[in-house]
Design a protein around this ligand. Structure first.
Ligand code: 4AZ
Length: 254
């Protein structure tokens, strides 16, 4: 997260740190969000080799405030037993359908347990979206500036505005690289953005004192560059896909 501030996971208890073993070391790979006790939503581009990925390389940590400090009293760690990567990911357009699901492996019959540090986020009803200009939050342990060598030790959040679709897909912005299933968010002073390591994490907006996940951190040209806002997967285009894969239903109202 570029700009913004250090936060506590208690304020975003649905945030999931997606770690992956690489060259023998377990490190931050992506973000994700807890949408039900056993399911984490993330980005397709967070799953190397798609459905053929080595699931045992992943580790999901819920309730973590510091990247390199275990806190067994409050955090809950899981391995992954199933992964679904969207069938359309990158098929016709780079980063289109950038959405994936990871199923947590239950420990003595249970996955995530609700606490002050761990809770689920609501999915928006099908096709529902927030008006352009709405201020929403992004959260993660990703880079604090483009090309940073190290991740922040403390979880960060930033508030970003939803941009009008015609602006995001307009000349001078991303043009034809934006599909109907993506949206942009950022600040008009380009001071706050998601960045490498935040991918897969949630963009959440408060509607009637509940947080709904409207976006998944997907891509962008660099981080916090002018005229280059962060691009997010539009979650409310995928209710049916999520239901198909998980059996969860999200037909409520905001
Ligand atoms: C990345 O490399 C990445 N500014 C994530 C988000 C953005 C750009 C790049 C958006 O994972």
């Amino acid at each position: 997260i570029v700009g913004g501030e250090t936060t506590a996971v208690e304020a975003h208890p649905w945030y999931a740190a997606v770690l992956r073993q690489k060259h023998g070391r377990l490190g931050l790979h992506c973000g994700g969000s807890l949408i039900s006790p056993c399911w984490v939503l993330t980005a397709a581009h967070c799953i190397p080799d798609g459905s053929k990925t080595n699931m045992s390389a992943f580790s999901i940590i819920l309730g973590r405030n510091r990247l390199h400090e275990e806190n067994p009293a409050v955090e809950q760690q899981f391995s992954v037993e199933q992964i679904f990567v969207h069938e359309g990911y990158g098929k016709y357009l780079e980063f289109d359908d950038d959405i994936a699901l990871m199923k947590l492996k239950a420990k003595d019959g249970q996955c995530a347990k609700r606490s002050n540090f761990v809770n689920t986020i609501c999915l928006p009803p099908p096709q529902q979206f927030v008006p352009a200009g709405t201020l929403c939050e992004i959260v993660g342990f990703g880079d604090e500036k483009e090309g940073a060598a190290v991740n922040p030790e403390h979880l960060k959040e930033a508030q970003v505005n939803i941009f009008p679709d015609d602006m995001c897909a307009g000349p001078g912005f991303y043009g034809k690289r934006i599909s109907e299933k993506m949206f942009c968010a950022g600040r008009l002073d380009w001071s706050r953005d998601s960045c490498q390591g935040d991918s897969g994490g949630p963009l959440a907006c408060e509607v009637g004192s509940r947080f709904f996940q409207f976006g998944i951190v997907s891509w962008g040209d660099g981080c916090a560059r002018s005229l280059r806002p962060g691009v997010y997967t539009k979650v409310s285009k995928y209710n049916q896909w999520i239901e198909e894969k998980t059996g969860l239903i999200t037909s409520g109202v905001l």
